[in-house]
Design a protein around this ligand. Structure first.
Ligand SMILES: [Zn+2]
Length: 461
């Protein structure tokens, strides 16, 4: 029971509360919630996996799929290249990765991957070492070889009680890739995955894969635009086809390359810049053209009920990912109603991100990736978000590239939510019933609301 005199009396923990019992009850409730994961790359990253995906994947590839390989660039002269699961690789041994692991064993990211491997390929030793390496490696190779990557991922989703997942994708993903799969498997994929199309290629920014996806889109749509007007028609057709093929939202990751400030630009000026050709523009002029095109694409997205997920925070320099720069979009009356998720908590500008979510009706605070980056950061930011943001506006997701990393991250997310909420209960901020409502909102209800869906099933609301 909550002591209603809490704020008038000495601050103290409720002495009558059986903390362990309360925590057990809350944990069992949280573990059973069907989770709508707001962020993932595991179903074949931007372009999808080959139809034939029954290829053994090694433990080395799982460990170096993304984050740990990326981090190696900061501490050795010859960085480890991220392992791509669809590439042919010689089977690498423990000796090849020992140095990387020994520097990463304390990182939350490594711990989550390790625990995900344990969940899917059980081992009892405290860590991965030369003694259990071969055994775990064989189990992983067997699973991917027998089921194929996609089915293995669907099995991991079921095991983790994840019923839906935002998959960061491209137009070729929902057309060329999904259409290449047998009809039944395509439907199974679409039942779980809510594709989010990265817009960056269409505003002439992003990574190489987004530029490639835009080039492929010209062929898919069958248009080679010559003027800005034709280009915008092309973009509109891209969004419409994406919607027809099961697309659910759009994603912007431009803060890896430029600030998130998208100012209002006169159409004549944009036409002039478009005619020069984006490759011939100065950085400043290119940004002006991007500002115009993005706004037009967001109007098209709003028309179709797509929400927008924006990569904020983690960028180099971090000023590029400043969530406050999104004010221009949130204040724009023409874009009113467009839901915007401030993804990755805006960290290290998480305070600004929270102010945005508290201020703007359609702005959501999204902790995707945050707990995986650091469990103490995840705890602190979630705790503050629950303290100050209405509970229907907090989202969370895994942001992983493999089933193993995903399985560990789902556990970490559920544990973080349980830790934060049970601490608040024991400090009498609220009771267990309120805690349960918050947990269900963050893991399940809010992602459905964000996607304008009903009970997780798509509807054009
Ligand atoms: Zn991501």
């Amino acid at each position: 029971m909550i002591n209603h005199k809490f704020f008038q009396e000495d601050y103290c923990v409720n002495p009558e509360m059986d903390k362990n019992k309360m925590r057990r009850e809350l944990k069992s409730f949280i573990d059973k919630i069907q989770f709508f994961d707001m962020h993932s790359h595991m179903a074949g990253f931007d372009l999808g996996t080959p139809v034939q995906d029954k290829k053994p994947v090694t433990l080395y590839e799982i460990l170096t799929n993304d984050y740990l390989a990326y981090l190696s660039g900061s501490w050795i002269d010859k960085p480890i290249m991220p392992a791509k699961i669809d590439e042919k690789k010689p089977s690498l041994s423990y000796a090849d990765i020992k140095h990387l692991l020994n520097r990463c064993r304390a990182l939350t990211t490594y711990c989550a991957i390790r625990e995900g491997i344990r969940a899917l390929h059980p081992f009892t030793e405290p860590d991965i070492d030369e003694k259990n390496w071969n055994r775990i490696n064989k189990s992983i190779m067997r699973a991917y070889g027998r089921y194929g990557e996609r089915k293995w991922q669907r099995m991991a989703c079921k095991k983790a009680s994840v019923f839906r997942q935002v998959h960061i994708a491209t137009l070729p993903y929902v057309t060329t890739h999904l259409d290449s799969l047998p009809e039944e498997e395509k439907n199974q994929q679409l039942k779980i995955f809510a594709p989010s199309m990265v817009l960056d290629g269409y505003i002439f920014t992003g990574f190489k894969v987004q530029h490639d996806a835009k080039e492929m889109s010209y062929d898919i749509i069958g248009i080679r635009p010559k003027t800005l007007e034709e280009y915008l028609i092309f973009c509109d057709k891209v969004l419409e086809l994406f919607r027809k093929k099961g697309g659910k939202s759009v994603k912007l990751l431009s803060s890896y390359f430029r600030p998130l400030k998208f100012e209002e630009i006169d159409r004549k000026r944009a036409e002039h810049l478009f005619n020069i050709g984006y490759k011939n523009l100065s950085k400043k002029a290119l940004h002006i053209l991007q500002n115009f095109i993005l706004k037009q694409i967001l109007l098209m997205a709003k028309k179709r009920g797509f929400p927008l997920i924006v990569h904020t925070g983690y960028a180099n320099p971090t000023t590029y990912g400043d969530p406050e720069d999104l004010e221009n979009l949130l204040k724009d009356s023409k874009l009113d109603g467009l839901k915007i998720s401030i993804c990755h908590s805006g960290w290290p500008n998480d305070g600004k991100a929270m102010i945005m979510a508290r201020t703007y009706r359609h702005c959501y605070f999204d902790l995707s990736w945050t707990p995986l980056l650091s469990e103490s950061l995840g705890y602190r930011i979630l705790s503050e978000a629950i303290d100050m943001i209405p509970s229907n506006k907090i989202l969370i997701g895994t942001d992983c590239g493999t089933a193993e990393c995903f399985a560990g991250t789902v556990r970490l997310i559920r544990k973080t939510i349980c830790d934060v909420l049970s601490d608040k209960i024991s400090r009498q901020i609220f009771d267990i019933e309120t805690a349960k409502l918050i947990a269900k909102a963050v893991l399940h209800d809010n992602a459905i609301e964000f996607h304008n869906e009903k009970n997780g099933e798509g509807y054009a609301g």
